[in-house]
Design a protein around this ligand. Sequence first.
Ligand code: RRO
Length: 314
Amino acid sequence: MKVTVYPPITNASGPHSVTYEELERIARSAAGAIVTKSMTHCPRQGNPEPRLRSHLDNEIGSLNSMGLPNLGYQEYAKFIPKLKDFGKPVIASIASAPCAHKLPPVEQYREIALAIEKAGADALELNLSCPNLEDVPISMDPQSVRAVLHAVTRAVKIPIGVKLSPYNNVPKLFEEIARTLLDFEIAYVATINSEPLTLDIDLQTRTKVVRPNEGFGGLGGPAVLPIALAEVHRFYKFFQKHKARIAVWGVGGITKPEDAIKHFLAGASVVQIGTLFLWEGPHVFEKLWTGIQRWLTENGFSSIEEIIGQVREA
Ligand code: RRO
């Protein structure tokens, strides 16, 4: 099942996507869909501050250890019908996290998915790759990925996307995860989540830029563009080889129209904007989309479809 997003550009789950007001601003922008912050079974305050350095030195990116602050799925279930009135797909990002009720992660995903489908969401984006919880992300364990996909694909009928970590330094795991996905009806893979376990230091204070997890957090923005392009391309080629109808949505490092074009050439059919949206707010979708269209025209193309996956070998 396909999720149709036009223009093929959305926010990345996370920045400015927690409250109804923030989601409404995305709804009113040029974004082709509205993606929520990952919602969990219980509402969460998230990690102690400082937990976000939005601008790293030389604007190379952002570093966060937010720890999944969100209102809890029951609040989002109330918002969804109102957001749908804006006439674009509402994509609910969902995640599991430790909670007083001690429901196992697979059950958390299943229960949230059922409630959110009932609320009218157009698609689910299963966030399996939060880098800022104590446990290793589900995305790093093929058996756990299988268990979540097994439960959720049987529970709901709406399209399902899967948000994954970068696997650049673990090629065998990439192969195992990609093969696991082939066994399920998945609409898209969104890659990459922020680069985990990164560190930066404020030289003025000689402190780490975030406090939780001994200062280690997820890196997004320009610094991760080549990592994201590699992941997009590997998934694109893998799904082509296996004749799988799973789309690849590119996330990571897009701050200019040309960066988005690179994602499309690598194989993305939709792009998501995280750090730039964090920096500049909802006008970025129109700004990028205008630039993307200009690039297409100037280079003799009439649609994005003509360039998806068309990168040439050097
Ligand atoms: O909230 C976060 O700490 C967070 C999440 Br859930 C995620 O998927 N990616 C990220 O960089 N931060």
